[in-house]
Design a protein around this ligand. Sequence first.
Ligand SMILES: CC1(C)CN=C(N2CCN(c3ncnc4sc(CC(F)F)cc34)CC2)S1
Length: 494
Amino acid sequence: MAGFRGIDKAFFPIKNVSSVIEIFKHQLEKVSEPDLALLSIIVGAVENSLTCSRPNAPLQLCEPMEPSSLPTLEIHTVESLYNKFHAIIKSAVDPVVKTSREKVYATREIVKKVSDVVWNTLSRSYYKDRAHLQSLYSYLTGNKLDCFGVAFAVVAGCQVLGYSDVHLALSEDHAWVVFGQYGTETAEVTWHGKGNEDKRGQEIGKGVSARSWLYVNNKPVICTRAMEVAALVSAINPSLNTAHDAYEVALLQQELLWLLYDLGHLAKYPMAIGNLGDLEEISATAGRIPCDVLFKEAIASARQNYTNMHVYPYTYQGGYFYRNKMYEEAFESWANASDVIRKYNYSRDDEEIYKEFLEIANELIPHIMKVESSGFSANSILKKPQCFAHLLRFYDGICQWEEGSATPVLHIGWAKPLVNTISKFDADVRAKVNIICETAEDRIEQQHNFNNHSNGSTNCLNNNNYCVPKKQDLSPPGTDLINAIESKVNSAEE
Ligand SMILES: CC1(C)CN=C(N2CCN(c3ncnc4sc(CC(F)F)cc34)CC2)S1
């Protein structure tokens, strides 16, 4: 990997967002492949200077001194960190010999060695989930990285060594690398979750973990160099504290995401499109497509490229509808999210998505029911069979998620809000929902599709029809829940 090129020096000192955009544009359009270490150090330095309050510097309040100004970033700061990263990586692994005619591919040993050098230079103990630990700036100035940051650092390190075959693989809650002549070798390079032994060096789950959401049914986002730039931009964290974002950092992230979007590098990256949608909802960019279209594009990308095995595109959209009081649409998005999770088995590595569904079922939906049942508007969602159908599909997907899983999902804490919600719909509204039972054969076919990674979406919901597997198909926990609903609802009617 060429050292710090003169050409990059022309962009310094960095004083505003647009000069950062210029550097990224140059890296993405003018050089053979974007320099991950350089770009990560730059955005990390900018983020750190505006979000990690320093005692002797006045906290930058929300309004910038002038449009999108930034604290000056000098070239020597960036260059010394850049050279430090090269030195750390090259001290541990010999770079690819330049003169070699044939292409040299990474081996598992090399990937593991790069992961080891990053791993062994991290601070002994620090709060791993803290914000602003994702960039090489954090690694090089504080020896701290979060789990995504370690994976990114390994890919950036392999780029330094000249292994252009090593790429970042991303699920919705984990990151690892692919490498080799066909890009089919996989390796864990970082940890996941709390208290789990890391599996660094091993190839990606062949066993039971392969069926968990964590590995998205072997449909991860496999990054190109430019998509690795999109990942580092997505990982920019503008939060100053729980209540405020640093305005300039959010603006920088939004403009960089539009640059990557225009160059086509977000097309196969649903979460990055969703991140851009969230930023556009907060502050729409004039002349750009609206955020609701971005959320639809993220869903289309996940359906098109990842056989609809990703949940987050639907929860990005559902969150948008919820915040904008479009409750029927929110129910539909959440039911669609549930249609994804039902295809998986729940494993203990899936806590993040469990918390997501728990919040929707036990916080967001009950809040909607509360505000809707206070009013008596004729077009209240409580009068709409379609809403009832969406909710049944939502809950049923969680029940099916649990079926066949080693770890239970549902407990009594789920049943109370669930029964409360269902019983808010009058019998005449519920009666309008046609329950179409899938046959056991349908379920077997679905299972077959899952195993063969094909798009097994047999969900037959269209108007008020709602498909539910015949009751005897439900494993005990789900049946208990459905029984609990029925007994509660019946008693509510008496
Ligand atoms: C609908 C939501 C709750 C809103 N934000 C969500 N995010 C999901 C995770 N986010 C991400 N955004 C871009 N790329 C990645 S890669 C990854 C896994 C990690 F281990 F590498 C996570 C993630 C960004 C924020 S899902």
